[in-house]
Design a protein around this ligand. Sequence first.
Ligand code: PLP
Length: 432
Amino acid sequence: MICENLGINPDGNLTFANRDVKVLAEKYKTPLYLMDEERIRHNCRAYVDSMKKYFGEDSFPLFASKAASFKSIYRIVREEGMGVDVVSAGELYTALSADFPSEKIFFHGSNKTDSEIEYALSNKTGYIVADSMEEIEAIDNIAKKLGICQKILLRITPGIDPHTYAAVATGKVDSKFGFAIETNAAYAAVEFALSKNNLELYGIHCHVGSQVFDSDVYFKTSDIMLEFANFVQKNYKVKIRILNLGGGYGVRYEESDPVIDIPENIKAVAEKVKAKCHELGMEVPAVRMEPGRSIVADAGLTLYTVGSVKKIPEYKNYVSVDGGMTDNPRYALYGSKYTVVLANKMKEEQDFACTVAGRCCESGDVLQEDVILPQSVQRGDIVAVMTTGAYNYSMSSNYNRVPRPPIVMLGKDNEYIAVKRETFEDVAKNDI
Ligand SMILES: *Cc1c(COP(=O)(O)O)cnc(C)c1O
């Protein structure tokens, strides 16, 4: 199995977080998002403990909450000693509603509106990560109006190609994000930020991409960022206190994906960072990393009920389920791979090749192609899609006015509904 929290019980049913998923499907109905709280905590600890150990006491990870944003997740990651990053006032609102300490929140995003900036500053958000000249200007103006000095980081584009999908590669020079070093935009941003009275330039940030398996990407990125930091410190007489290296470590969606040892990777990056600082003769800054996917992806599983099996001889077979692109648009968006199984027939021979399709009126509404299920698949069977904890609920929609599924959090010896199933009234609640 692709993660330790999965198994098969004597009845031939899939287990997740030590529960029979068929029982959960009957109890909570489908479609259903499940989350394994112990796995989330395990993933948090891998980052928190090793960042402290290898970078030092003042370094800690931020959960990139766009991967999964709802109140209980903010409570869990706070208890584990993480900060968070948010990319909209909506995520910020959710974090604050869960009593997340505002001084440990970093506000990212390539285009924050004035009202979002004002909301963030009024709520004492710790750090704003500025992404454009206009934004530096706007943050300074709003800080002035509120009579405060706001800590900021600058989003820098180090010019790294992480060799991942184009849609999630963000560190190349031509990216829509950040200030590129190569074009000198990054230096101009530093000068501009330093000219502002109500801003305190506290550090630099980058995020080169997502679903990255190659640690070399982080070695190169940290080298470039430290050289930049050193240049800035020497030439502009400002201390770069925080080096934020972003997120991006990959997770296993399929058997063929490699396993990443997070503590080993952090150890190697820390050694690289320390060696580089030594070489440059600079103090080692406090480090932040921003894992999103690798905190929640393998802590999630989605269950569906099969509605029909359509065989088109010589062409294709379709197994249709009661969810789809509304709860998981990632295959439709960029062909993301997932492991799909028939959760109530795990011990049967698997030899029926099919496309698992969603219920929406859209041919592209597919969860996965080339799936192999048992021949006996029929209406009423339970389909499980693994590794759906990241970017599924957070990218979900009400297309076709399909209500979103609930999220049931499975604790060690308790379980609770973290997000309720949407009702038809919820779906139409803003219609006048
Ligand atoms: C998306 C994002 C992350 C998280 O990336 P993962 O691949 O989910 O770890 C971190 N930082 C920033 C700025 C992001 O945009």
